[in-house]
Design a protein around this ligand. Sequence first.
Ligand code: OGA
Ligand code: MN
Length: 545
Amino acid sequence: MGKAARRRHANDGENDSGKALRNGSSYHSRGDRHSGTTESPAGLSPLKLCLLVVTVATGGLVAAYFLNEDAQSVIHSTLLHYGIPDFLQFTGSNPAEDAGQREQTQRQPKKTSYTKSSITNSADKKIRSELDDADSYREKGQIEKAMEKYNAILKRYPKSPRALYGKAENLDKLAEKKQSNTYLEEAIQTFLTVLDLENVPDDLVIQTGRRAAERMNFRGWSAKAVKTLRGLTQRFPQNVALKNELGVAYLMVGKTEEARPVFKAALEIDPKNGFALVHLGFIYKTADNDPAKAIPLLREGINTKAEGTVDGRFYFHLGDSLQRVGQKEEAYEVYKAGADLGLFLSMYQRSLYNVDHLTGRPWWTPEQTTYKKYLKLLEDNWKVIRDEGLAQMDLKSGAFLPEEENLREKGDWKQFTLYQRGQKNKKNCQKVPKTCALIDQIPAAKGCKRGQVKYSVMQPGVHVWPHCGPTNCRIRAHLGLVVPDGPRISVAGQEGKWVEGKFIIFDDSFEHEVWHDGNSFRLVLIVDFWHPELSDHEKANLSPI
Ligand code: OGA
Ligand code: MN
């Protein structure tokens, strides 16, 4: 069942995908682990009115049921920064729960064991058959009947932790059934009531707190979730799983520096904890830009195969770290392993926001794109486009901004963005009106919510690390505007070359790398088009990147 994650966070505004998405530095830009299914991470469900159902790799359901405008914008910024909201760590076999269950089986001799004894206090024990009865209706999905039972128990025992907990879970089920935030909020409130009771067994406190935090995240109340988890970790300081959950909650609200000591503390208690290892490694890589320091942690963490470690983001950053310290072969072993696990579409195509029925190939011909007439329109007008771009460079108008996605090893590379996420940047377009008037004639480019239109200027001396774009939903075309000798691009190991007035077309979800060894700048216009195999429905419903 699904979990949500969102976060309010100012978009850095620059370029691409939200840089975090493109370079995968955001915690949430995880891999969709659905190698076999159509992407849902981003998609608003058909019941779109307000219902946002986002399925993630593990089949999670994400986001509040009904979105008001505010929530909508939260979702938007979530998807921007994290891509797919995820809370997978807390699904199914939760580490905290597992620990609880382990303890319980150790404590209880087998014969007399009552499976719920660790969450049942002495008063509840006396009414345990009634509680079990209500639970079993809930577990069978007979929500109304279960509600009657819980309410009947609570009438007599208003402070029964198990009855309140069961009611909270039941309200949550009701919320899902009715797609109702009101019930969801009531469920959260009821979980919190359990936490305020006296004589709640530790296991039930942990279970309740965890569920409360999870549902808060789903509702978009990430800060509250953090608060709840912080309280729990203070109460159970030796519980590593809770620390891990708190660390993730911090990451999801963008508080990396708060997350860092939490994962460190988890590792002090359990140095081989895979979950904490990959997350601390992730922080070293993305926040500190220290691949050498990240490698051992990511590697050791991934090798544990622990819940939450088999994840495209960690394979992505381990491979990328290895590439950046020059261990290429090892990097490709990691990518291959990731691809074999279905975390990547292939070892070279490592985008994490994918629709999986789309043809993927590194280089495209104009015919293959189906956008030949539009490509020609732009080629026919390339000098106009060039001159408008050059004027902005000359003016030093501040139109061109440095690439800030940590993609460069070295050199000076700037971009001037005209459209992103399917939206025209009106201010920037005023500076290059003829170019934007041309793009406005191209629905698949101006409306490409998972791409951009931008000028890209590269000075001699640049090396762009091998990298992959965030999504396989776009085809990227570069129109050569000023092309000296020297710049080179390789996509999945196949070299291409810019030519003035002509497009080169590739799928930037495949690994690509750029060098400029010439003597003067290179200028291109980058135009992203929707992948031609996407249906109108998909294009309408995919989240922007
Ligand atoms: C890209 C890219 C570099 C360049 O378009 O995805 O990495 O040459 N381009 O501007
Ligand atoms: Mn790129």
